[in-house]
Design a binder for this molecule. Sequence first.
Ligand code: GAL
Length: 684
Amino acid sequence: MKKIKVTDDNRLLHGGDYNPDQWLDYPDILKEDVELMKAAHTNTFSIGIFAWAALEPEEDKYDFDWLDKVIERIHSIGGRFIMATPSEARPAWMSQHHPEVLRVDAYRRKQLHGARHNHCFSSEYYRKKTQEMNTKLAERYGDHPALLMWHISNEFGGECHCDSCQNNFREWLKNKYNNDLKELNHSWWGAFWSHTITDWEQIESPSPIGENAVHGMNLDWRRFVTHQTIDFYKNEIKPLRELTPDVPITTNFMSDNPEFVPFTALDYSQFAKEVDVISWDAYAPWHTDQEDTATLASRVAFLNDHFYSMKNQPFLLMESTPSLVNWHDVNKAKRPGMHFLSSMQMLAHGSDSILYFQWRKSRGSSEKFHGAVVDHDRSKDNRVFKEVAQLGKAMEDLSDCVVGYQRKADVGILYDVESDWALNDAQGFGLKTKKYGETLQKHYQMFWENNIPVDVISKETAFDPYKILLIPMLYMLSEETAEKISAFVKNGGTVVTTYITGLVDEADLTHMGGWLKPLKEVFGVEPLETDTYYPSDRNSVVYNGKAYEVRDYATVLKLLEAESLGSYEEDFYKDTPALTKNTYEKGQAFYIGARLSDDFHRVFYNELIKTHDLKPALEAKHNRGVSIQARKAEGKQTIFIMNFTEESQTLLLLEEVTDCLTDEVLGGALELAPYETRVVEKRI
Ligand code: GAL
């Protein structure tokens, strides 16, 4: 595995997407950029992301001169560049002369040229052209001392339903099902509604005007889309691996927006294996009227931990906004201080960079009002620029106590995108209340409030390093995963799950023998049925003498070996168990049968934290909304103390620490202004 160069020269990366190709007719702007880059304390720029039209203005006629100059200017101020391959957006001549590159949508409509992200992943011509382009980039810039890494395309996503993609889908299925339609029909439960396939050619990708009711097929299609996206990516990186084997490769991942939950269009747990460094684009909806800042902060933390856990190593924040975006319903500006705080939070959770989209606001087209470091006023005196520069300076000063520092957690929460796909496809439960990603974030939040780090892992991650494993709403549960969970508990681990877990196997076929079948022994319960509530329905569960509200889901349980910790207060399952605990060999398994309120989770998880002796990096007392997160190195840790509230907060630090920026020794009462962050060091 390649090491990212940032750890070699010990600098945190600060900068972002730089699109000088928009400004080639404005030499004064290009000159000014370099001056402003220095003033903003920036050092790293991703270039060429959307530059294909400038790099190859006519088929096979290339122009790299302008890019040479841009790179030299960045280099002249000691900056580095992340070289992007431009495959996300093609030049118009290509679609005109080679229409096969255009995608066909699920309605089988060939798309017109436009926007970006609309190339066919199996187009032979496009694959050849991206390789040609990448070869030229590697030959020209591969040895440049300022080259930091490759940035492949941009935010891969989407799908194509053209004939060639259909053929590839069929080939992928033949391979998966050993060329045996009987196997496929069994897996897809083909006898239902006469959906038996008798010829591979009858298979067509899912479509709103065709097949969309075969869940096994929908699931396979999603898997295939991940496979073919990765295959396209692998085709793109081939020349880079050959010509520049030492230059690390990344591609920027993202979240599902605006919900701000894990991305569901691709299986990132598979994609992560193919990149050297994880990077992601975070556009958190700060200051909405939907949730308080602290709750959002915990969801940002969740996503950061998700990206950190993909490789269990620091990641890069590839894109963010210093001010506002242009695609939320309401595009509210970050309040003063929020940019610094939200950026520190990224570093705290394992990012080695703060990079923006984009360096300079466009003059025209669809992103001209999207936040950027340099505004249309070209000034370094405006609030946003000043806050960026202040952050850049702090990052320079903090590099030594952040770069090379890792995260470590005793708690893992399992996010399984395949389960997410299958659950969302399932016709049942509440259409609007499944909310798998949000549910995981709610469970995670209780650890965040206690400053206990949590890894957000996949089913392929080894579970044994953890003391507690959370698997809420793990709708899809294969025998293989069940065995891993069972071994984890047998060896002394604690597992917590909820309603709607273990209903189907990896083919989306229900487990014969009841829900949770593969883990019945471990949990010592049998879920009999799950009741789905209307939004106005309520029930409650009594736990330790206090009633907690139930919404959306309530599972009726039969106790096997488990003991009941709480029961329902209402309905036909009144007084039956809602919450159970089972001791299984050396470990424990908790089943939370109902969707319970945050105050229940708070009490329940606080107890678990105590009984498992989980300790935060820094012993302190504070209100909700303050978060303390740490990165560790040999014998020391850097701790970020962050105030996500709009009020001043007084903390009580029960240990002495040293401020990394001022060398001040802190202990006892510590006052934090609204949105303030202190970064401190502790010897361990
Ligand atoms: C990202 C994209 C950028 C820019 C940004 C705006 O998804 O990669 O190019 O469009 O959104 O927020």
